[in-house]
Design a protein around this ligand. Structure first.
Ligand SMILES: Cc1cc2nc3c(=O)[nH]c(=O)nc-3n(C[C@H](O)[C@H](O)[C@H](O)COP(=O)(O)OP(=O)(O)OC[C@H]3O[C@@H](n4cnc5c(N)ncnc54)[C@H](O)[C@@H]3O)c2cc1C
Length: 589
């Protein structure tokens, strides 16, 4: 049977041994966050996710959501679990204390989100979107909007939803058509149809706050003419009570490959009342507050599913007996050995493990920078951390979700035919995680954001390369770490060279960036993981015979020897250039 247990030991390793969480608590607002407090929060969260949320995962996948004349009903058990989520204060972990939140570090919240989405991704999407909506409101809303909606979004009493996509406009938001017409009282009447809206309609909360992109009548064409509006499902009176139903409604829900417990809605706006958020025509820029939050959150979803699939695969591989170990029977008294003895099964499990734990370190390293960028008293330090976040956001989104799919597919393979059938839970992971590579900007678009914008345009390469170079230089004389530092240095050299080659070519050959972007993303991400695996190995090496640290060290070795060498192939593909990609005429495909 599938099972779920939060990987708390590794969470604590990442926080306290790898990333100096104790030092982190010197940031303003985090004082008093002792290790005991953090362990207690993570422990409670692990129990909540395992006992309340995980039991819904399979049944929600089987049952799906129900649509009846505009009403959407979530799968059985979602309403009760959501009520307990809100009651427990979980959606408000990072929210501001003035909105009733707990002001916790992103580092802690990321781990909570990993557990929640490992337990049931389609359930975790509701509070995840709401947190993004809260961040957007906090960054760009006016005082009245914040006072009226902030506390309800922070607590999860109301949910949030983002409405960007239209039938003819997905990646290219400049094409969107939804119209917003000013009303005499300062509000706007919005008309148009949005598609693919996650949690656009449901029965978990009495109100939903939609953040909608639309055009004002005088808007310039393209992405410079988009404005952002706050549109409540139920209009909110000045005293915060709920008033009349707004003219926004769900026209249909999509049938889809995975995340069956979270409705993907067609939303019709028929003169729905909305209020401008931020400046007119600056909506896309403002929307990025929510999109960046969601991009990192979606990366965490990839990590979450990878972790769930790995756990399930290990449990199965210990039990399933087939064939004999190549070195001779493990237990001659039994007819066969467990499949975990076979080198190829171990290869799959270790690939799952090295990617999952590596992605966890990468997510937390980024979360650490996010906390510093928001709270450090020194503006120069905040700016440096902000650059790291800007650089790593597309990497977290794209690489963690690519790994989510890769690891989930390996998780099916470990179980053989028993992975392909539904009862063992592995095929659901493959279906659920697949969307994470597509929404919030496809991974191809994230890769172009990394290479084209963050590296070539904003010149942020040094935000990553600087710490890595300093780390390598300070450790390269240490023979005990040579097996980790040498491959890291080699991967970093390849990455630097690839960056240089593309920079040289990009101006004269506009197709080079797009042709290289996805390979560049993976080269960049694998080098980031090498940096973090080297640091993890350095922590684990002196710890002696404890199984946790021995496993950490062995997994670091596996990463360096069996995954990182892919960087050479990625470098070769990048420097081969765009010509073979562009050679065929369109009619020849
Ligand atoms: C289940 C689900 C939930 C969703 N939830 C939401 C939501 O809550 N709110 C919301 O607003 N949207 C949501 N979306 C929409 C989602 O964000 C879009 O599907 C996604 O951004 C891609 O847009 P598209 O599907 O129109 O693909 P397209 O934009 O048509 O892209 C098709 C392909 O072309 C590539 N491509 C497009 N343009 C370029 C380019 N310039 N350069 C290189 N390659 C390019 C893409 O990478 C992709 O491979 C959801 C979608 C799904 C399926």
């Amino acid at each position: 049977m599938p099972q779920f247990q939060a990987p708390l030991r590794d969470h604590l390793f990442c926080l306290f041994e790898l990333l100096d969480f104790e030092g982190h608590t010197k940031l303003p607002g985090f004082e008093g966050l002792s290790r005991d407090v953090v362990e207690a929060v993570l422990g409670q969260s692990a129990r909540f996710c395992a006992d309340v949320v995980y039991p819904l995962n399979r049944s929600a996948d089987e049952e799906g959501v129900h649509f009846d004349r505009g009403r959407v009903t979530t799968p059985q058990g979602f309403r009760q679990a959501y009520a307990r989520l809100v009651e427990g204060g979980w959606p408000a972990l990072t929210a501001a204390p003035e909105h009733g939140g707990q002001g916790m570090p992103h580092m802690v919240n990321f781990l909570f989100e990993e557990m929640l989405n490992s337990a049931c991704l389609s359930f975790g999407l509701f509070p995840g979107l709401t947190r993004g909506a809260y961040v957007l409101l906090n960054d760009h809303g006016n005082a009245e909007q914040k006072a009226l909606h902030g506390p309800k979004l922070a607590s999860g009493e109301w949910s949030g939803s983002m409405c960007l996509t239209e039938a003819h406009c997905g990646t290219d938001l400049g094409l969107l058509k939804t119209q917003a017409v000013p009303q005499p009282d300062g509000s706007f009447a919005l008309t148009g149809t949005k598609i693919f809206i996650s949690a656009g309609e449901h029965d978990l909360t009495p109100n939903i706050i939609y953040f909608v992109l639309a055009r004002l009548p005088d808007a310039p064409k393209g992405s410079k003419g988009i404005s952002l509006f706050l549109v409540p499902k139920v209009l909110v009176n000045q005293d915060g009570s709920l008033g009349a139903r707004n003219a926004i409604s769900c026209g249909a829900v999509e049938q889809k490959m995975g995340i069956h417990g979270c409705p993907t809605c067609v939303m019709n706006l028929d003169g729905a009342l909305g209020w401008l958020v931020g400046e007119a025509h600056q909506g896309l820029k403002a929307m990025f507050s929510m999109m960046n939050t969601e991009r990192i959150a979606v990366g965490i979803h990839g990590l979450a599913i990878a972790g769930a699939s790995y756990q399930n695969a290990v449990a199965y591989a210990r039990e399933r007996a087939q064939g004999r170990a190549p070195s001779g029977p493990r237990d001659a008294g039994k007819p066969a050995d467990p499949i975990i003895v076979h080198p190829d099964v171990r290869r799959m499990l270790l690939t799952q493990r090295a990617l999952t734990e590596g992605c966890r370190m990468l997510a937390l390293w980024t979360a650490q920078a996010l906390d510093v960028s928001e709270r450090h008293p020194d503006a120069a330090v905040r700016k440096r951390a902000d650059d790291v976040v800007a650089l790593m956001t597309p990497v977290v989104k794209a690489f963690l979700t690519d790994c989510g799919s890769e690891v989930a597919n390996l998780g099916v393979q470990v179980l053989g035919g028993h992975g392909f059938i539904r009862a063992n839970g592995q095929e659901q992971h493959v279906r659920d995680v697949r969307i994470t590579q597509i929404y919030e900007g496809t991974n191809g678009i994230q890769s172009m954001d990394l290479l084209g914008r963050k590296i070539l345009h904003l010149n942020l390469f040094g935000s990553f390369s600087g710490p890595v170079t300093a780390y390598v230089e300070s450790r390269e004389a240490d023979d005990r770490l040579a097996e980790f530092i040498a491959p890291l240095a080699a991967a970093h050299d390849l990455l630097e060279d690839a960056t240089h080659v593309i920079r040289e070519r990009a101006a004269a050959h506009p197709e080079e960036t797009g042709a290289a972007a996805v390979d560049y993303m993976r080269l960049f991400a694998l080098t980031s993981l090498a940096y973090l695996w080297a640091r993890a190995a350095e922590v684990a090496a002196p710890k002696g015979n404890d199984d946790f640290y021995r496993a950490k060290l062995a997994t670091a070795r596996f990463f360096m020897q069996r995954i990182l060498p892919d960087t050479a192939a990625l470098h070769a593909k990048i420097v081969a250039g765009a010509s073979s990609v562009m050679e065929l005429d369109e009619a020849m495909f």
